[in-house]
Design a protein around this ligand. Structure first.
Ligand SMILES: [Zn+2]
Length: 277
């Protein structure tokens, strides 16, 4: 399955296949029945299903579990079956490279690219889909001299747009008014990066970070401001090299109290003066 190169049958002429007699097909070229999704009534169906990926998609459909590019599906992916999924994705990327007419047999830079891509998607650029939420140990903040102020953390983000699979890079400024418990400072960034390492829209990413930070800190007063540049605007399309996209999500007092909102944005300016980016 994870062979370096699987020769395409079309490149190994058989008596039935004559390369000089190509006749365009009138019907659709690819008509595969979604056997994994439709035909499988019970989990036992995996025995007949060639691909673990098809089995898992069928299972998520049955469970009404959404598996969009920005969703976390870690409860369906174990460390053991991740290896199998990487091998299956590598096989599929081999087909993509073949269809792109890239010679992965003799081009030394394209040998192994299919597997590198599969590993990169699962372990790096989309890792936040397959890994469970970072464990954020909380410390009580309920003594008499508890911290009641605002906390603003700046987190570096690397993400990827769902539309073009182009990189998105920037920073998130996460603000909270401390509630009954506090989490370690690095946890804000871990949670933000866990949300970012998926296929996302920046608007959704901003919402996801706010929701997860609110969950981890049990604070209803949360604000997230994200500024990022998008590869899909810089490398293609409008080729806008200095475009910056800003999104803001305000909850609780950040939304309702103009002073809290102002303090948050003043803090962001102070952060940018301290370390521009
Ligand atoms: Zn895009």
């Amino acid at each position: 399955m994870s062979k370096e190169f699987t020769p395409d049958p079309a490149l190994k002429p058989t008596p039935e296949f004559k390369s000089d007699s190509y006749i365009p097909l009138k019907q659709e070229v690819y008509v595969k029945k979604e056997t994994g999704l439709d035909a499988m009534a019970g989990d036992g169906g995996y025995q007949e299903e060639k691909y673990l990926g098809n089995y898992l998609r069928a299972k998520m459909k049955r469970d009404n579990k959404r598996f969009w590019a920005g969703d976390n599906i870690s409860e369906y992916v174990t460390e053991e079956n991740k290896e199998q999924l990487i091998s299956e994705a590598a096989e599929a990327f081999e087909t993509v490279l073949d269809r792109l007419l890239i010679d992965r047999e003799t081009d030394p830079n394209s040998k192994g690219t299919a597997r590198r891509l599969a590993k990169m998607y699962f372990n790096e650029i989309m890792a936040g889909r397959y890994e469970p939420e970072p464990d954020a140990t909380a410390f009580p903040n309920d003594s008499e001299d508890r911290y009641e102020g605002m906390l603003v953390v700046r987190s570096e983000l690397r993400s990827m747009c769902s539309h073009h699979h182009q990189p998105v890079s920037g920073v998130a400024y996460i603000g909270i008014i401390a509630a009954q418990k506090l989490i370690g400072l690095s946890k804000y960034t871990r949670i933000a990066q866990w949300c970012a390492r998926r296929g996302t829209l920046q608007e959704e990413l901003c919402n996801d970070i706010a929701r997860e930070i609110s969950k981890a800190t049990e604070s209803e007063n949360v604000a997230v401001y994200v500024q990022a540049v998008h590869g899909c605007c810089e490398n293609r399309g409008i080729m806008a090299h200095s475009s910056l996209t800003q999104t803001t999500v305000l909850k609780g007092s950040f939304k309702d109290d103009p002073h809290t909102k102002k303090e948050f944005f003043d803090n962001i300016k102070l952060q940018q003066e301290f370390a521009p980016r």
